[in-house]
Design a protein around this ligand. Structure first.
Ligand code: ATP
Length: 258
């Protein structure tokens, strides 16, 4: 198995809070991989360390065999990233943003123009290509961010909650682009809370809980005959509080004390 991503004891703490507790994350090349876990499990922190955006306190991360922190140039040429809370150049149009990104990546001008045009069309952004990014909707920002992340044809693509705020038609388009991308041998790793989506798209899953990887492997193995949602609830401990013990004041029909 060739590995697109491999971490060894990757570790991060914020003061007393251990955000990522020394994880060994593995993603085989060519996978459509899902990183799932409850709020605060450490997904964003892990992805930030693996993509060179946040320095780990311990451990290593490798992309295609290159160490993220020792060979940053090799790694950055190979990855595309759609981070959480993506910051974009707001005063550029969508097309200008892509052309600028392409030039930063050293792609010849004619190639950038052709790729940008195709990406804008596929992402259904052709009509908004000359609109400023500041005027884009949440979903449009996700799509232009994804287009920018794909422009240099990376071999590994990292997406933090890529479908959040994206309408179903656009989500379908994104899915098709990503399927085609992985079918050619490239790798996608995305974090999500939407189990149905992960179950439908992914062939590899890593489940995080409280900074640890609690399950990892081919989707069928992690599911083990259950729905992914069921497997997830069992792995991360299920609902912590079913609500019976509080919120008695919430809802209609309760009398306020006189
Ligand atoms: P979500 O699904 O809610 O986005 P997540 O799995 O991506 O969550 P992280 O954002 O990685 O989780 O957070 C992991 C832990 O680290 C949480 O307990 C969080 O409070 C803590 N944490 C994350 N970033 C910081 C920070 N900059 N300073 C302090 N604590 C942080």
């Amino acid at each position: 198995m060739t590995e697109a991503v491999r971490t060894h004891g990757l570790f991060k703490r914020y003061g007393p809070q251990i955000a990522v507790a020394g994880i060994d994350l593995v993603v085989p090349a060519g996978s459509f991989a899902g990183l799932v876990g409850p709020n605060g499990a450490g997904k964003t922190t892990s992805l930030s360390m693996i993509t060179g955006l946040l320095r780990p306190d311990g451990g290593q991360a490798e992309i295609d065999g290159f160490d993220v922190w020792r060979d940053p140039v090799e790694v950055k040429a190979r990855i595309g990233v759609l981070p959480e809370g993506l910051r974009l150049f707001e005063r550029l149009s969508g097309r200008e943003l892509l052309l600028y990104n392409g030039r930063l990546r050293g792609i010849p001008k004619a190639d950038v123009e052709q790729r940008a045009g195709e990406l804008l069309r596929v992402m259904d952004l052709a009509d908004a290509a000359d609109k400023l990014v500041v005027d884009y909707s949440t979903g449009m920002r996700k799509k232009i961010g994804l287009a920018a992340a794909l422009l240099h044809n990376p071999s590994v693509l990292f997406l933090d909650e890529p479908f959040e705020g994206v309408d179903p038609v656009s989500a379908n388009t994104l899915t098709e682009v990503l399927w085609r991308y992985t079918a050619s041998g490239s790798t996608v790793i995305f974090s999500s809370h939407v189990m149905d989506l992960v179950e439908r798209l992914c062939d590899w899953v890593s489940v995080m809980s409280a900074g640890h990887i609690v399950a990892q492997g081919p989707l069928e193995k992690v599911r083990a005959g259950r729905s992914l949602n069921q497997a997830f609830l069992e792995l991360v401990g299920g609902p912590r509080d079913n609500g019976d013990s509080g919120l008695t004041w919430l809802g209609r029909g309760k009398q306020e004390p006189a």
